[in-house]
Design a protein around this ligand. Sequence first.
Ligand code: G3P
Length: 217
Amino acid sequence: MKLFIDTANVEDIEALAPLGIIDGVTTNPSLLAKVGGDPRAVLKRICDVVQGPVSAEVVATDSDGMVREGRELAAIDPHIVVKVPFGKAGVQACRTLTTEGTRVNVTLIFSAAQALLAAKVGASFVSPFVGRLDDIGTSGMDLIAQIVEIFENFDFSTEVLVASIRGPIHVIESARIGADVCTCPPKAIEALFTHPLTGIGLEKFLADWDKAQQPVG
Ligand code: G3P
């Protein structure tokens, strides 16, 4: 399973990139607004750091506007994947952009029917938001299982990109189900490294080693 980082913070990406675990980046208007500056320059810097797909979202709400913005975003760097929100306008824009050879990530997916429609128009990725579904008392992971099953039934090449990840359980469950990608905020990636027994175990190894170095008697 691929691991993307869900942030527009270049420093956070630069800190994790050398570890070799980051396969791509997802951004959205909220994340770009949070870091400020010229969004196109930020996206270019991100593309220079991570040699993988970098999702950049349109803000137009009509299909023509989405296509226009999508073309501009795609021109920033070959790694850019244009993100469009799900809906009739988004589906239509996805169809046009994919026909032109631009990769599209259809976002704000909250049902398997929406994922199916996005796959039918050639989306490279669909982004179901598991955390936001959990937040309203439904199961985000059930939705991932449904989408993976449907895409397998019909051999869709669209990748299931699990978004709105809150912690390691979402990542582990996504991997068990067979989702293609998880996009995690930096905090959630940090949490993947952490287990109390790893820390305790290392402390004991080092303490035992130090003890063994003391002169006998
Ligand atoms: O990038 C979209 C998605 O990951 C947002 O997550 O935490 O705002 O629900 P969140």
